[in-house]
Design a protein around this ligand. Structure first.
Ligand code: HEC
Ligand code: HEC
Length: 270
């Protein structure tokens, strides 16, 4: 699994200070003149250290990572910044971040600029796309990808764990809609067992969701599990007596169940 939201950005701030990158208090002015980036290819060579570090902190927040996501040797990870040489280009993520800086600038200066602006005149930033993730993948894409690679059980376990880690952050949308979409997509492919697992997962977190219950009923129905489908359609009809879909399904269920009974009695006679 790729990097999770790192524990606390307070720790991050503290480490930046101890790493000697930001010197609080009086020494600041004097240091400012002495510091010079060794390997700046995007930012201006004479950028002040505080300004550069402010950008760096924004990168870390936008991607939900520690500085070592882009800096240091492969062995240097997490929040320990001891002996990290920030001027090295040893991690591919750092070079990619440079490309991303250029891309974001192009978006803002070339692509977005000619379009009539809202009163907020918002720029595109790293956060616009990444929203706290190193790789900005929507939760529904993640679940579908996991189902393909590791199966539905693993995907359900992954969803639970990611939800635990990221709940309340902007990174993933844990409301009902994304899993409704996943279940619908599996349903349309005729993968009803997988759709069922996703519906049940969604219902666990959204007990009152009408959409998920409807989806669940449809999945049970598709699996010809009329025993589980029936009470859901009945409740739907109770809540909205004009619900034609539920009515039709209940009629179909009647026919299926009657048919099954006839088959059984037929068997018994034979
Ligand atoms: C998403 C990747 C990314 C993250 C996260 C990141 N940086 Fe950077 N950092 C870069 C890139 C890219 C450059 C080079 C910019 C350039 O070429 O102008 C850079 C340059 C630097 C430099 C200048 C090095 C030199 O002398 O050339 C320092 C210092 C630095 N980062 C510190 C930090 C700190 C501290 C953090 C954590 C708060 C951090 N960075 C987080 C991508 C990152
Ligand atoms: C328009 C949307 C968008 C913006 C803006 C954007 N990114 Fe990205 N970024 C992506 C996408 C999409 C990927 C994943 C591409 C892939 O799968 O290889 C990505 C990948 C990356 C990666 C590589 C991660 C990896 O593990 O391979 C880094 C680092 C990164 N972005 C940093 C940044 C930084 C820093 C900024 C702001 C300067 C930024 N991005 C702005 C969409 C964006």
């Amino acid at each position: 699994m790729h990097s999770r939201i790192e524990k606390s950005f307070l720790t991050l701030a503290a480490l930046i200070v101890t790493a000697g990158l930001v010197t609080p208090g009086m020494a600041q002015n004097q240091d400012r003149e002495e510091w010079k980036g060794k390997n700046l290819q995007y930012f201006p060579e004479d950028i002040e250290r505080e300004e550069l570090i402010a950008h760096m902190r924004q990168f870390s927040f936008a991607l939900g990572v520690a500085c070592t996501h882009c800096h240091g040797t492969a062995e240097q990870t997490g929040f320990n910044l001891k002996d990290v040489d920030f001027s090295l280009d040893s991690k591919p993520t750092k070079s990619k971040a440079r490309e991303m800086l250029r891309m974001t600038e192009q978006i803002n200066t070339k692509l977005l600029a000619p379009i009539a602006k809202s009163p907020l005149d918002l720029p595109v930033s790293c956060f616009t796309c990444h929203s706290g993730l190193p790789l900005p993948e929507a939760i529904e894409s993640r679940v579908l990808r996991m189902i393909e690679s590791d199966g539905v059980e693993a995907a359900v376990a992954d969803y639970r764990s990611v939800r635990e880690d990221y709940h309340g952050s902007a990174a993933y949308n844990f409301r009902e809609q994304p899993l409704v979409e996943v279940a619908a997509s599996l349903h349309n492919q005729g993968r009803f067992e997988a759709a069922l697992a996703i519906c049940l997962l969604n219902l666990e977190f959204h007990h009152e969701s009408g959409q998920t219950k409807y989806q669940l009923a449809e999945t049970y129905f598709a699996l010809r599990d009329t025993k589980n489908a029936r009470p859901i359609y009945e409740k739907m009809l109770e809540a909205r007596p004009g619900n034609r879909r539920a009515k039709t399904r209940l009629e179909e269920i009647e026919r299926i169940e009657a048919g099954a009974e006839n088959d059984n009695s037929g068997d018994a006679i034979e």
